[in-house]
Design a protein around this ligand. Structure first.
Ligand code: FAD
Length: 480
């Protein structure tokens, strides 16, 4: 449905995590606010979020979690090879705890705060997941009087005398077009992970990437902004979700709670490439983005394990904690039946054989026998002198049957595209604002990363979405 009025103080494009945070804040500050959402439902990828990053939040104070902000900033800048924007990063970190407190006061519930694997203890897990959080924000924004136009997309940023004057918009259901006026437009469209052309242009081996997003993050915000002179900025950091089952038939979400996927990626016993050669310390999966990078250094990757490992995972327990998966049981008691079921259905990504030789022949991995013989020597010696895997995770591959699962790389979201200043104003090629144009969330989050998403600071994209939406609004309020 088209907007009810012709003119607003602020138009927000996208009703995801950043757009909803901005909408609540805008109404708290008395701005006449319109939110355009091209989909039929609200929340965007915010629906799938586990938690949001914060430092010095109420929850961290309650639980005695203390973080040295200066050290954190320095470490994150180093992780990004100083490609992250230091002042913006510092501003975000400084405000992040207060942002969590603000969400909490609005009624967004948090279950716990802590690290993800070997990370800073910054992720505040939403009770009921991101879905509950975005619903709470939507309800609050609506109660406060924000107007939502659903199935309406922004098509073009309108400018006059160098300043934003509004948007041309389209009803996604009927194809009808219209215009709506505002001196302030906030782009909050969720980045470009669902735009295959942009992903291909900026990422290696894009055909092996499996997106797990909502399908609506098609890079609209950056493309609208580029057309009115915004700088192309810092594309290429994708939030990889580590290894993922390489299934070209079913969509990736089918495997999100799969125990085969968790066994093949997070338990990661032996990973080999297209020749059957080992190429990495499989503990790399402790950092899901590093794991994604490592997998993409090879043409193909297979996770190899034996029946003894399956039996152990089913009956005894996990070799290592499953940190990055929606499932984190003590045992994979459904693993054997999942394997049997997929084999029965001739799933292309899964091969089983009685012997290593047979597995090598079936998958066409000529070096597999040699690789496993060498790997078994390392297991027997209790020391991975080849790649440095921790001894406690050196699990053998010796007891048939043998399994190979082909891996691609999961990707949740893509960051960047637009450069913003400390008010989340979109900058042009000369480093000056495009007057009236703002960006938040993933559209602007290239400011926080280098070429690899900082999983070391867990929850940072969700935390940034909430922070940046509010941050832009505060500047609009000041200008108003
Ligand atoms: C499976 C999964 C798990 C994740 N887990 C975490 C996590 O635990 N912690 C974390 O920090 N991050 C996580 N993320 C990333 C997180 O979801 C995003 O960083 C966050 O949602 C970004 O907020 P956003 O507002 O930029 O985009 P979104 O929340 O995706 O919202 C963008 C909205 O804009 C709308 N839109 C797009 N184009 C237009 C247009 N032209 N006109 C109108 N509307 C438009 C879209 O339909 C969408 O509703 C996860 C992502 C996925 C996919």
């Amino acid at each position: 449905m088209f907007p009810q009025k012709q003119q607003y103080d602020l138009i927000i494009v996208g009703a995801g995590l950043s757009g909803l945070s901005a909408a609540v804040s805008a109404r708290q500050n008395g701005l006449e606010t319109l939110v355009l959402e091209k989909g039929r439902s609200i929340g965007g990828d915010g629906n799938y979020v586990e938690g949001a990053m914060g430092v010095d939040s109420y929850l961290q104070k309650e639980t005695g979690v203390k973080i040295d902000k200066t050290k954190l900033l320095q470490e994150e800048l180093a992780y990004s090879h100083y490609e992250a924007n230091a002042p913006h990063m510092e501003q975000f970190i400084d405000a992040s705890g207060e942002t969590i407190d603000w969400l909490h006061e609005l009624g967004v519930a948090f279950l716990k705060v802590g690290p993800q694997g070997d990370s800073w203890p910054t992720i505040h897990t939403f009770t009921g997941g991101g879905h509950a959080a975005v619903q709470t924000l939507y309800q609050k924004a609506t109660d406060l009087g924000a107007e939502f136009a659903m199935s309406v997309s922004a098509q073009q940023v309108l400018m006059a005398a160098g300043h934003v004057t509004g948007l041309s918009i389209m009803n996604e259901a009927t194809g009808q077009s219209s215009e709506v006026k505002s001196k302030h437009v906030l782009l909050a469209t969720g980045g470009y992970v669902d735009n295959p052309e942009l992903v291909k242009k900026h990422t290696t081996m894009s055909d092996r990437l499996m997106t797990v997003s909502d399908g609506k993050s098609t890079g609209d915000g950056m493309q609208l902004a580029w057309k009115v002179g915004a700088q192309h900025y810092q594309m290429g950091a994708i939030q990889y979700g580590g290894g993922a089952i390489y299934d070209k038939i079913q969509p990736p979400f089918v495997h999100m709670a799969s125990q085969i996927a968790a066994a093949a990626t997070q338990e990661a016993i032996l990973w080999v490439n297209e020749r059957g050669e080992r190429f990495v310390n499989e503990d790399v999966n402790d950092n899901m983005c590093h794991a994604g990078n490592a997998i993409l250094t090879q043409s193909k990757v297979f996770s190899i394990f034996d029946q003894a490992a399956v039996d152990h995972l089913v009956n005894v327990g996990l070799y290592k904690e499953v940190g990055n998966s929606p499932i984190s049981p003590d045992k994979f008691d459904g693993l054997q039946s999942e394997l049997d079921q997929d084999l029965k259905q001739h799933a292309k990504y899964l091969v089983k054989a009685d012997t290593i030789e047979e597995l090598a022949a079936k998958v066409n991995l000529p070096k597999l026998g040699e690789t496993i013989a060498q790997y078994q020597k390392l297991v027997a010696a209790g020391s991975d002198t080849d790649f440095g895997k921790q001894t406690k995770y050196l699990t053998g591959v010796s007891t048939g049957s043998f399994y190979a699962v082909e891996l691609g790389v999961g990707m949740a979201c893509a960051l960047g595209g637009l450069r913003v200043d400390g008010h989340n104003e979109v900058l042009n090629n000369y480093g000056y604002p495009v007057p009236g144009l703002y960006a938040a969330g993933n559209d602007a989050a290239g400011m926080l990363v280098g070429d690899t998403y900082a999983v070391t600071l867990p929850g940072s994209t969700a935390g940034y979405a909430a922070f940046s939406g509010r941050n832009a609004v505060l500047h609009v309020v000041g200008e108003h």
